[in-house]
Design a protein around this ligand. Sequence first.
Ligand code: GLN
Length: 261
Amino acid sequence: MTDGAGRVIRVLSLYDDVMNVYADRGNTLAVQRGAAALGLEADVLRVSLGEALPEAVNLVLIGGGQDREQRRIADELAAHGPRLREWAAEGVAMLAVCGGFQLFGRWYRDTAGRTLPGAGVFDVTSVAGGAGQPRCIGDVLVDSTLEGVGEVVGFENHGGRTYLGPAAQPFARVLYGSGNNGADGTEGAVHREAIGTYLHGSVLPKNPRLLRHLLAAAARHAGIEALPSVEGADGLMARAAERAHRAAVLVARRRGRPVAR
Ligand code: GLN
């Protein structure tokens, strides 16, 4: 799908009235602000329970939620799976956070032992931690596998452990914190332009290079090739965002649990 008419990117905010733990809706605000700084207009459509998906989008966002919220949306989200997988295959940009990431995988077995179906965008499976397994909570610093994104900082709070299948690529390597499962050193997953991650924060305001990566992917899918560098007041904002990012990284290095090498 391309949208040559103007510099509009169509953004779908999925279930943001249900899946919004740790204010992940801030990612939508960051997309709107970041798009404006790049001379783009982010046309945001919010879709929740009982509502149909639009015909075409350039960027999909979904936040995190506790098991109770995940049970509310899982069956309907899984029914949207074919369309979401089709969009991912054609290069639609996506960001799925924590509980949303788990349900963009194949399935999530929750704390009650229920297996919630996933949308199947990522070849990952997730299982709630057992009785003796503590939740993964704390500051996280990861090194992204995506070119130009670099270190990504955020906060995690999940009981579920996620495991990559053969077709899944990790979004990042963990430097501080737990990441997917606290054992294999991976964080999140990537499939084409879809990114799954456990990082709350919200993650996009804290990581301007990740935000730009997603906006560039969404713009490409909308047929908008050249993105300007941010200038003027927006350059000031970008520099402030970089300073905030660096400050958050120092906090994560100080407070986060380093990964044993
Ligand atoms: N309920 C899921 C878990 O505990 C996801 C939590 C979240 O989105 N913060 O792993």
